[in-house]
Design a protein around this ligand. Structure first.
Ligand SMILES: Nc1ncnc2c1ncn2[C@@H]1O[C@H](COP(=O)(O)OP(=O)(O)OP(=O)(O)O)[C@@H](O)[C@H]1O
Length: 265
């Protein structure tokens, strides 16, 4: 399964939010989307999962225009965990996760044993089995996030679109979730704010700035002091971590960054 945005442009009230953005996620790749607040990450993802329609350009799911495929067909192939949690006050956690099975069911067809097992597995994988009979509205932000991930897993789609998946999660659950997603070997595109997470888990990273892709490559190629300064306006020391072998970023405060400049010149 592949997903691709080709020269996607999108405006709101005549303001250009995305300008000819092209990104490609090949089968089983974990691709990160990084960029400052307001750079267009969520808008791009919304164009890629059909919540918004590009003004120009195309989105291809398995090389076919996503807007020419039915919602049900797409939902079997592509699952989304968005930034917003739905307003579903009266649903129990297990019922909400069961909704992930909907694309696989005919109208009025009831869940069978296989569906129950898939939902059980999704609850267990996301560590929320103990919450299954709780009402969604009573959960904490992090618990709600894990329910939305469980619903996406129950959907058994081959492509996952994640908009800040670790937002609201404590560090243990951030790592558990990212590890889990990595072990599923799906095709993944995720908007991430934590650049160390992006470095650790992504095969490739695209950098958005003011609605344009300004850099693309492996974490090693993309995460450089220059990029962090130019795009994020921060000074950072970047080393290869001795245990992970991945780039590890240490952000420097204004006073430390002066020392850093003195040392590195
Ligand atoms: N409905 C809307 N009306 C007006 N402007 C919007 C709307 N939705 C998004 N925007 C603007 O589009 C730009 C891109 O927003 P978007 O949410 O895609 O950025 P982002 O990179 O995901 O930001 P963040 O990191 O803060 O989540 C922002 O300037 C935002 O204010």
């Amino acid at each position: 399964m592949t997903l691709e945005a080709k020269e996607v442009s999108f405006s709101i009230h005549d303001q250009c939010i995305l300008e000819k953005v092209s990104i490609q996620i090949k089968a089983k790749q974990f691709v990160g989307l990084i960029g400052p607040n307001g750079s267009g990450k969520s808008t791009l993802l919304k164009n890629m999962y059909r919540l918004l329609k590009p003004e120009s350009g195309t989105v291809l799911l398995n090389e076919q225009d996503i807007f020419k495929q039915s919602s049900k067909v797409i939902a079997k192939k592509l699952a989304v965990v968005s930034q917003e949690t739905p307003v579903l006050f009266d649903f129990l956690v297990k019922d909400l996760v069961s909704m992930g099975r909907t694309p696989h069911k005919k109208l009025f067809e009831l869940d069978n044993k296989e569906d129950f097992n898939i939902v059980k597995e999704a609850l267990s994988q996301t560590g929320i089995a103990h919450l299954e009979t709780r009402s969604f509205s009573s959960l904490s932000g992090g618990e709600k996030k894990r329910v939305m991930v469980a619903r996406a897993l129950a959907q058994q789609a081959q492509i996952l679109i994640l908009d800040e998946p670790t937002n609201h999660l404590d560090i243990q659950h951030q790592l558990q979730l990212m590890d889990l997603i990595q072990t599923l070997h799906l095709t993944v595109v995720a908007a991430l704010h934590d650049l160390n997470m992006a470095a650790m888990y992504c095969d490739y990273i695209y950098v958005l700035q003011q609605g344009r892709i300004v850099q693309y490559g492996t974490p090693e190629e993309v995460l450089t002091p220059k990029l962090l300064r130019d795009v994020f306006g921060v000074c950072a020391d970047i080393q290869t971590h001795p245990l992970t072998g991945k780039p590890y970023l240490t952000y420097l405060s204004a006073s430390h960054s002066n020392n850093f400049r003195t040392i590195s010149t």
